[in-house]
Ligand binder design. Structure first.
Ligand SMILES: CC(C)(COP(=O)(O)OP(=O)(O)OC[C@H]1O[C@@H](n2cnc3c(N)ncnc32)[C@H](O)[C@@H]1OP(=O)(O)O)[C@@H](O)C(=O)NCCC(=O)NCCS
Length: 168
């Protein structure tokens, strides 16, 4: 299914309009809220400085937020290196999980990658993070390996996942 031209896998229910959400580039004024979401979602959190660096200074970084009723309820940050993307951060406010918001953001990213002619997307996720693993699998990522004890805080293996948008 993923051979040749990549086809966007988007269920009607994960469409931003249907969900009443807006996805846009992250701005400096969003950082405080994004850091709150980061703390809520991950034990190994990036500092506000680190996220600020990614958003303001790192030319490899692309960062987006999901808004609903003018509040930020999710965000994603990835690095683009040539024709590859590496997903660094991806989280949805816990009060809005299970409502296809993550799917909508992931669809947005995959579409963005396709428009930027990115051919491969990579990420790591905790072995125990079943929700994330299922979401990535559902949208075309494959498990390509394991990094033992990759996470130091709350020590755990990382599952490496990749999506191949074009296959020669
Ligand atoms: C992982 C995460 C982003 C998913 O976002 P979400 O908006 O809740 O996901 P969606 O509602 O769009 O669900 C998409 C798919 O993910 C899977 N999924 C979502 N929640 C799940 C759960 N609790 N258990 C198992 N699978 C789940 C399902 O396959 C689901 O598809 P379905 O609705 O057709 O069953 C969200 O749980 C989150 O922010 N978690 C904390 C941060 C995190 O782990 N980020 C990923 C780091 S790699």
């Amino acid at each position: 299914m993923l051979s040749g031209e990549f086809t966007l896998v988007q269920k009607p229910s994960s469409n931003s309009e249907t969900l009443g959400i807006n996805i846009r580039e992250m701005q400096v004024g969003d950082l405080e809220r994004v850091c709150e979401l980061e703390k809520q979602a991950f034990p190994d959190i990036r500092s506000q400085n680190n996220i600020e660096y990614e958003v303001l200074e790192n030319s490899l970084s692309f960062a987006y937020v999901v808004e609903k009723d003018r509040s930020i309820i999710g965000y994603a940050i990835y690095w683009r290196v040539d024709t590859e993307a590496h997903l660094l951060d991806f989280a949805i406010d816990k009060n809005y999980r299970g409502k296809q918001i993550g799917s909508s953001l992931l669809n947005y990213l995959i579409n963005d990658w396709r428009l930027k002619k990115i051919q491969e997307g990579h990420l790591e996720t905790r072995r125990s993070n079943v929700a994330a693993r299922n979401m990535y699998l559902k949208y075309g990522f494959e498990v390509i390996g394991v990094r033992k004890n990759y996470y130091s805080k709350e020590k755990e293996d990382a599952i490496l996942m990749s999506i191949f948008l074009r296959r020669g």
